[in-house]
Design a protein around this ligand. Structure first.
Ligand SMILES: O=P(O)(O)OC[C@H]1O[C@](O)(CO)[C@@H](O)[C@@H]1O
Length: 445
């Protein structure tokens, strides 16, 4: 077993038979994804990607990663949303917990995921004495946050190494033929990698978007693609009764239809924090539209049991939890006997910390079900590259099916434009003059 799904702990809140009612619709949703004829069908390239991915580009990614590892102490990955969360999820969950301080040949830092001058200035300070490379990632090539960071970091690199050497240290991942970034890459001769037209940002971690930073961090991208390929076959069966991935999509929709409005992704390993961030964008951008959708949030236990635990146990009853549980930790630690036993913990002596973590999980699930929170379980035997590939594919496909069940287009994100229009208008971008006046009036009220 690598990944499995279990909804037994939701059965107090729904009937098993409700899943069979969705059977025919899920056949339809499956066919929309595979035949590429449902809503948003121009963006389902990720479905066959683990089989059809461009092997030449994949080889180029590995070569570029090796070059980065050989000449750089650090790689700065510039991107936002789907252009960085997948890589960060992989690197954080698969590497040493303190990978930038220990055990990784090339450190990896992220920029362009915010507009904080303090963050970027601190990053530049950290990079001062290091040899660095940059991977700037933007499908559109025009997203403001990464574009600002790239302007500053590119300038920094050119000052440090001169234009010629900087060219060897800048890697661009963008559209194959269009956009500002592609134009710049062509003009300057930067090595460029492709985000396929038919794969949207949040579904792109298995393309060069994720693979170059992941490989530069020293992780095994062959294993990731193998896990994804096996997942392609494992979750290729249209029958919801035997397809775990489709069951997850079905169950979360059934619970949503009963008034649950928030899904918490629960982890017990801090290394999975960015996997949760990636998952939130995947489901949030795919489903949150037409005034519908489960709000995807995440909690890290047991840490957050001491902050959010009270609310989850007894607050407003509109929550569901999906626990992403890893059965074997990367490293075991045994709790020792203390002759003085002042803390009274000798009853734990001889047990591993993971045994305690697992009992915390079991106890929490029971308490939360008692408190009215249905619990779903996605279980991994361990967190490694192969399972990461499978997990990404599991969630991507579940998300596509789930959004179709919900009745929304899983592959667009029209709502993201609203803040951008206002920001551009307020900043005085040419073409936004009338909006600027209107918004300034509103701000003065
Ligand atoms: O890769 P790009 O075009 O810079 O976009 C980055 C992110 O911005 C969005 O377009 C909107 O938030 C996301 O869908 C995407 O992942």
């Amino acid at each position: 077993m690598s990944i499995s799904f279990d909804y037994t702990n939701a059965l107090g809140f729904m009937k098993d038979s409700e899943i069979s009612h969705l059977k025919n619709f899920i056949y339809q949703a499956h066919s929309w994804l595979h035949e590429k004829n449902g809503a948003g069908s121009d963006f389902v390239g990720w479905v066959d990607w683990p089989i059809l991915y461009d092997k030449d580009e994949f080889a180029r990614v590995k070569k570029a990663a090796a070059r980065i590892q050989n000449n750089s102490d650090a790689l700065v990955v510039i991107g936002i949303g789907g252009s960085y969360l997948g890589a960060r999820a992989a690197i954080e969950s698969l590497s040493h917990s303190f990978h930038n301080q220990i055990g990784q040949k090339t450190q990896v830092y992220f920029a362009g995921q915010n507009i904080s001058s303090t963050y970027l200035a601190h990053l530049l300070e950290l990079l001062k004495d290091k040899d660095i490379s940059i991977n700037v990632i933007s499908k559109s090539g025009t997203t403001t946050e990464p574009a600002i960071a790239f302007r500053i970091l590119r300038n920094y690199l050119e000052n440090k190494y001169g234009k010629q050497e900087a060219r060897q240290r800048i890697f661009v991942t963008t559209d194959e033929s269009k956009g500002a970034l592609k134009k710049l890459a062509d003009k300057e001769g930067y090595e460029a990698f492709v985000i396929p037209d038919n794969i949207g940002g949040r579904y792109s971690v298995l393309t060069s978007v994720g693979l170059l930073p992941i490989a530069a961090a020293g992780l095994d991208i062959d294993q990731i693609m193998l896990g994804a390929k096996d997942a392609y076959y494992k979750y290729n069966n249209p029958d919801v009764q035997t397809n775990d991935c489709y069951q997850y999509a079905a169950v979360r929709n059934i619970l949503y239809s009963k008034g649950i409005s928030n899904e918490l992704l629960v982890t017990y390993e801090p290394s999975l924090r960015y996997l949760s961030e990636w998952w939130k964008q995947l489901f949030g951008e795919s489903e949150g539209k037409d005034q519908k959708g489960l709000f995807p949030a995440s909690v890290e236990f047991t840490t957050d049991l001491h902050s959010m635990g009270q609310f989850i146990q007894e607050g407003k009853r509109n929550l569901l939890e999906t626990v992403l549980q890893v059965n074997s930790p990367k490293i075991e630690l045994t709790i020792e006997e203390d002759p003085e036993n002042i803390d009274g913990l000798n009853f734990l002596a001889g047990k591993t910390m993971d045994e305690v973590n697992k009992k915390a999980f079991e106890g929490t699930v029971l308490a939360h079900i008692d408190g009215g929170v249905p619990n779903l379980l996605v279980e991994l035997d361990q967190i490694n590259e192969y399972n990461f590939g499978e997990l990404v594919y599991f969630f991507q496909k579940a998300c596509g099916i789930s959004a179709y069940i919900l009745g929304v287009n899983p592959f667009d994100q029209p709502g993201v434009e609203a803040y951008k229009r206002n920001m551009f208008a307020l900043l005085g971008k040419p073409g936004f003059e009338s909006e600027k006046l209107e918004l300034e009036k509103l701000l003065q009220k």
